[in-house]
Design a protein around this ligand. Structure first.
Ligand SMILES: *Cc1c(COP(=O)(O)O)cnc(C)c1O
Length: 434
């Protein structure tokens, strides 16, 4: 077994698996009576580990691919995570990153937690324990991955007070709930219909109207679009964010608190944000669950960098926004260059696509924001299409390339591919055609 494990180690190149994992693989291969299967098993194990992939799906916030791409460079150094450098006394984890969040969206205060679900849970647990929270029946949503508003409500210890109907909810419905002593309303909550739309005979209450009723309004905007005016983009808001609720404008409309995710349209790491009235944010921070839901310094540092880019109005330094706003002309030029390089690499025979190698073509396509945001929205894009389903071979590339199949062709959308990865696509496409 040791010899087999050692031979596996010799097989591997730069990214050798640690010895205990190779021994495990060797033991499994021998137990299965197939020692020769060991290299394949080692490779399968290596493929199961967390690693960088190339996203050629055109889905900008792909939940399976970690939603927003973020950079995180951190030397192995200490930080002032909970130290006030001015006084030398113990500081707050919220002093730096959360303060930047508040600045970037015009909130009095903010708190950062582990994800959007945690932000909703904490706000409800801290602000409505054992009390009523009014929510429209049209907003009792399931986001996916088990996040269902009625169930989060139960877990938080708050009591759901359903208001209105699935398609129509009016201000008077909320007023009745407020005035019914059995409701004991602590909050009124709006939940953005992130991943679906109710169309037709519909009516909903605006945050501005709801905020007139005298009960604090908490709005779960979901995606974390910080400002509808997108001041971090030179050309202002792209047309596809038009109907998306933004944190700054929701607070301006009178929401007491807004909660959202860090890794959707905010373009940061997985995190949850609670922003709004300072007294309510402080109540959330004091709740015992806040400790259990707090992120670590790696996440705070990464979110910190994302927010600094917002405050510098430098959307090009936020990977999600840079990719989402890449102009078509540049994508087209890259697609043509990639196609030419693939064909060149294969000499004259590849120029005759009908015989032999699969036909490769530059195509227009549509990227999507993804991540359960903006359903039905498409962003024009350009990619490469190759006949047949090659997704498995592309996943086997190094680094793995994730593509999709459309109309019997494998489509690689360049909007979500970093230009520095084009060379990897060229190699992979050339080997598909050989
Ligand atoms: C995505 C989403 C959540 C959950 O956020 P996570 O960061 O995925 O935990 C909650 N509410 C709404 C409206 C969402 O869109």
């Amino acid at each position: 077994m040791d010899a087999l494990a050692r031979s596996l180690a010799a097989d591997q190149h730069g990214d050798a698996l640690p010895q205990p994992l190779l021994v495990l693989v060797a033991r499994e291969a021998i137990a299965a009576g197939a020692p020769a299967s060991a290299p394949a098993r080692a490779e399968a194990l290596r493929r199961s580990l967390l690693q960088r992939v190339i996203n050629a799906t055109g889905v900008l916030l792909h939940t399976n691919l970690g939603r927003a791409p973020v950079a995180h460079h951190q030397p192995p150094s200490y930080t002032n995570l909970e130290l006030d450098l001015r006084t030398g006394a113990r500081g707050s984890r919220s002093a730096h990153t959360a303060t930047l969040v508040a600045r970037a969206c015009g909130a009095e205060a903010a708190l950062v937690v582990n994800n959007g679900a945690a932000a909703v849970l904490l706000a409800l647990a801290a602000l409505a324990p054992g009390r009523g929270v009014a929510v429209s029946r049209g907003e009792l949503v399931e986001i996916g991955g088990g996040f269902r508003v009625p169930e989060v409500m139960v877990a938080s210890g708050a009591r759901l007070v359903e208001v209105g109907t699935t398609n129509r909810t009016r201000l008077a419905d909320f007023e009745r709930a407020r005035d019914d002593p059995r409701s004991d309303l602590a909050l009124m909550m709006q939940v953005h219909q992130s991943n679906y739309r109710i169309v037709g005979f519909t009516e909903a209450v605006t945050t501005r109207a709801l905020a007139t009723l005298g009960v604090p309004v908490v709005v779960d905007v979901g995606s974390g679009l910080l400002d509808a005016a997108c001041p971090w983009l030179a050309d202002g808001p792209p047309p596809w964010v038009r109907d998306e609720p933004a944190v700054r404008q929701t607070l301006e409309a009178g929401a007491a608190l807004v909660v959202c995710s860090g890794d959707k349209l905010l373009g940061g790491p997985q995190a949850g944000i609670i922003a709004g009235r300072a007294d309510l944010v402080a109540a959330c921070a004091r709740h015992p669950l806040a400790r259990a839901l707090r992120p670590g310094s790696l996440v705070l540092a990464t979110l910190h960098d994302t927010l600094m880019a917002y405050l510098r109005r430098d959307g090009q330094d936020i990977p999600f926004w840079r990719l989402a706003t890449l102009p078509i002309s540049g994508l087209e030029a890259r697609a043509r260059d990639i196609a030419a390089a693939v064909l060149d690499g294969h000499g004259p025979s590849a120029a005759a696509p009908s015989s032999g190698p699969a036909h490769l073509e530059v195509v227009t396509c549509a990227s999507t924001p993804g991540g359960g945001t903006l359903p039905g929205i498409e962003i024009p894009s350009v990619g490469l299409a190759i006949d047949g389903d090659h997704t498995a071979s592309l996943r086997a590339a190094t680094p793995p390339i994730i593509a999709r199949v459309h109309d019997g062709r494998t489509l690689l959308d360049l909007r979500t591919v970093e230009p520095t990865d084009d060379a990897v696509l060229i190699t992979a496409l050339a080997s598909l055609r050989s």
